[in-house]
Design a protein around this ligand. Structure first.
Ligand code: TXD
Length: 319
């Protein structure tokens, strides 16, 4: 059986980390693509030279030519400009929309059967635009944000409860970052929901509220510390979990920015919801009954995404 092919469009901090993780896990052969001269080739060679030490077999190629992504099974898109300190995700809109156009056209021409994971910010708008420009089926194009946001939430909760991160699950909905909606009733330690843990004296509502706030600002906290660029280890790890669920048909239930067609009362928008990811891409959207507070917060998120899409349509009349 031929190896799977993974195309990484954008070979910056997240793209390079994705390549390293995909190679170490032997998910397939890897093409690093970038418009920056020499970067994808240099990273491909560097990671390939880790293979003999770490015992992984993967062919890695760096390229600035879309024909090299031909027939890719998975494309992970990080191409664009990363957020700098003081810059909001939305400031990135104009620049990254143009990037999505060229990437979408490249995927359409060379990897129309791929499962596409978009990471570029502002995420919920970029994944929508990328789908439009690529013309791929909606179930095969998703955005990565929820796995990262829920991982941040789980990390902070595990610290709060002094338990292993393995046993903390988090249920998050909505847009990336600022407008994410953690549903605490469905977030648990080994199946015990957070409200019950509060009743048991493991934490307080105030402390959980502070954790939710910190999670929403999790990206900005790292940007402020790094000073140049944004987070990349956890974002790359999160996208690899999604790619792996597709490639191995694992049917993992992961929060993704998915195209909604009426679920949660939303039509024709990409918003973060839990999805079953398998060989068919998004195989199912998990739709739960929301309480009034979560519903209101989710609506804020949906409105923010709508606003971004309107701005995209203003910039590019073809959308
Ligand atoms: O949860 C999430 N979705 C995110 C999103 C979490 C963290 C960071 N997030 C966003 O991912 C971030 O705001 C950026 O929009 C992307 C990529 O972040 P990264 O840290 O990898 O950015 P880099 O290092 O600047 O890499 C971007 C690369 C860089 O090498 C450029 O030369 C390249 O993109 N680039 C392009 N490649 C191909 N084609 C075009 N047109 C292009 N333009 C720039």
């Amino acid at each position: 059986m031929a190896r799977k092919k993974i195309a990484l469009i954008g070979s910056g901090m997240i793209g390079g980390t994705l390549a390293h993780l995909a190679a170490m896990r032997e998910l397939g052969d890897i093409v690093l693509f970038d418009i920056a001269e020499g970067i994808p080739q240099g990273k491909a060679l560097d990671i390939a030279q880790a293979g003999p030490v770490d015992d992984f077999d993967a062919n890695l190629k760096g390229s600035s030519d879309y024909s090299d992504i031909e027939g890719a099974d998975v494309c992970i898109v990080t191409a664009g400009v990363a957020r700098k300190p003081g810059m909001s995700r939305d400031d990135l809109l104009g620049i990254n929309l143009k990037v999505m156009k060229s990437v979408g056209e490249g995927i359409k021409a060379h990897a129309p059967n791929a499962f596409v994971i978009c990471i570029t910010n502002p995420l919920d708008a970029m994944v929508w635009a990328l789908r439009e420009f690529s013309g791929l089926p909606h179930n095969m194009v998703v955005g990565m944000a929820g796995v990262l946001d829920s991982a941040r939430f789980r990390h902070f909760l595990a610290e709060e409860f002094q338990v292993s991160v393995e046993d903390v699950t988090a249920f998050v909905l909505g847009g990336h970052g600022d407008t994410m909606v953690p549903v605490v009733e469905y977030s648990t330690v080994a199946g015990v929901p957070i409200p019950d843990l509060i009743k048991m004296g493991w934490s307080t509502k105030e402390r959980i509220d502070a954790i939710v706030k910190r999670t929403r600002g999790g990206g900005g906290e790292i940007v402020a510390l790094l000073k140049t660029g944004s987070a990349y280890y956890a974002p790359a790890t999160s996208a690899i979990a999604m790619a792996e669920s597709f490639l191995k048909d694992k049917n993992r239930v992961l929060p993704c920015a998915a195209h909604l067609t009426g679920q949660y009362g939303v039509d024709n928008l990409y918003v973060g919801v839990p999805c079953v990811l398998g060989a068919g891409g998004v195989e199912k959207v998990v739709e739960i009954e929301l309480n009034a507070e979560a519903k209101a917060n989710f609506q804020v998120s949906v409105d923010a995404v709508k606003e971004l899409l309107d701005a995209c349509k203003q910039i590019d009349g073809s959308l």
